[in-house]
Design a binder for this molecule. Sequence first.
Ligand code: SF4
Length: 216
Amino acid sequence: MDAKGYYLMGEAEIEKVKLLPAKPRLLMHSCCGPCNSFPIEHLSPYFQLTLYFNNHNIYPYEEFVRRFEELKRYVEVFEKENDVKIELILPKYKDETFDKVLASRKDDREGQQRCKMCYSMRMQEAFKYAAAHDFDYMTTVMTISRQKDSVAINTIAERLQPQFPKVKYLYSNFKKNKGMDRSVQLSKIHNMYRQTYCGCIYSFEDMKNRKGIKEE
Ligand code: SF4
């Protein structure tokens, strides 16, 4: 399926959810404030949201904390402004298996196989958590990013779905229908920290090379 097809599938599912008598519980893999801003606004009227900040990829630890704190700050403001409750879960940092897997493809450019493994591991972990805690739905905010291949992300979800039959994956392309523009707007309104690299040590090194930053 193409990016538009996955977007339409997700929106059709939201239309079905609107008819339910109560909001279903949705676990949303969440990586940072800016990427969550539009998905939270788009989904919270129809779903009881829980954000799952499982991002073992983020290097260094200080950056992991900074992105989490920024997300937490945004969620608190959103809750007050919209009179909703959104749970935010912070799993333990850090999973060494994750590092080993990414290291096996350290020379890949962003968007290549290393990234697909990174999406897949975080989504599998979120699916597992959702299944263990009786969530109705799972999704990830990653499809909002222009740097990330939404077809690859949705295809990974399609492949993982049969292992977690009780949790329905909510397909998405959050950047569509001006979702990305709204995310940029919300980031500006809330003066959010916007990181300059994706997350892992390899993307961190690429960013330093691009900017000509040298180690002391
Ligand atoms: S560039 Fe981003 S998506 Fe790719 S492996 Fe690194 S952290 Fe994961």
